[in-house]
Write a protein that binds this ligand. Structure first.
Ligand SMILES: O=C(O)CCC(=O)C(=O)O
Length: 291
């Protein structure tokens, strides 16, 4: 069954998809909107375990607020590349559970549904910390086709590890923006350092509050950005990576640990030091299309 185009743009909330819908409907919606948003699709148990693993390496800076069921932070606001972030990020990157998170069947199934084929999960895995009060440094609007040098079958997958409300720095997307190709970029403050061109008629963004386990999958040309964390106590922690049809070209920078290019000592050898298994170590070495 084909969805009416106008139904997909009626308001500024995410259009909600379900993994139980037919693959053809999901793929048509993905091609139309440039994203799919799935409610509570990764289990509470998996998300909570991941968050607790992060908490162990984020202490004493960030703690878990049992009442809010979210990370709490009351120090000087920081973002990617600030000294506290550089101190904690290699520890987050070293967690085997973090890398494994994206290689389990629950996540792979969603990726395969969107791709309609076997997928390759990018080695680069990102964890995001949005602290309260760090305004103006949130991720600017951008396309991953540019930042990851990726082709049309690449997509991003972003998972909320706890509930995220409007104050906590939600990620939002510009629906339909993937249809107009890769845009010009400009220098910008905030994560990634660049922002892309947005056309004057593109004024309707889609976003909703997230619940733990919600998943956003976005096309490599779909413009997305983060809202500032305007709260006073709670931090937002989420995880994301990229994937593509198995066999599509993957650019070399995606084979490095996130920020391995600038944090001394952050490389695969240091990351793998305490891992129990070797199956995911350097798993991409025989991938046929690296460049
Ligand atoms: O989570 C964030 O703050 C940014 C996410 C993002 O922009 C991305 O995954 O490309």
């Amino acid at each position: 069954m084909k969805e009416e185009k106008t139904e997909l743009y009626v308001n500024e909330e995410y259009v909600v998809s379900s993994p139980g819908e037919s693959q053809s409907i999901l793929q048509a919606r993905f091609q139309e909107l440039g994203y799919l948003f799935f409610k509570k699709t990764i289990s509470d148990q998996k998300c909570s375990a991941m968050l607790q693993d992060f908490m162990t390496v984020l202490a004493p800076h960030i703690t878990y607020d049992e009442t809010a069921k979210a990370p709490a932070y009351s120090g000087t606001p920081f973002s990617e590349t600030d000294p506290i972030w550089d101190e904690v990020y290699p520890k987050m990157q070293s967690l085997e559970s973090f890398h494994r998170f994206f290689h389990e069947e629950d996540v792979l199934d969603l990726m395969r549904t969107v791709s309609g084929t076997e997928v390759f999960v990018y080695p680069i895995k990102m964890a995001r910390i949005s602290t309260p009060g760090k305004l103006g440094y949130e991720t600017p609007p951008h396309q991953d086709a540019y930042s990851h040098h990726a082709g049309p079958t690449m997509a991003g997958i972003w998972v909320a590890l706890h509930d995220v409300d409007q104050q906590m720095g939600r990620v939002k997307v510009l629906p339909g923006s993937h249809k107009k190709g890769v845009r010009k970029v400009f220098e910008a403050e905030g994560v990634g350092g660049v922002q892309c061109e947005i056309f004057s008629e593109e004024t309707t963004w889609h976003v909703s509050d997230y619940e733990r386990g919600d998943v956003l999958i976005f096309h490599s040309c779909c413009i997305h950005k983060a809202e500032p964390n305007t709260g006073s106590e709670l931090a937002r922690i989420s995880v994301d990576t990229r994937f593509c049809d198995y066999g599509a070209p993957v650019f070399s920078t995606n084979l490095e640990p996130h920020h391995g290019w600038r944090i001394e000592g952050l490389g695969w050898d240091s990351i793998y030091q305490d891992w129990r298994s070797t199956d995911l170590q350097h798993y991409w070495r025989d991938y046929p299309k690296l460049f």
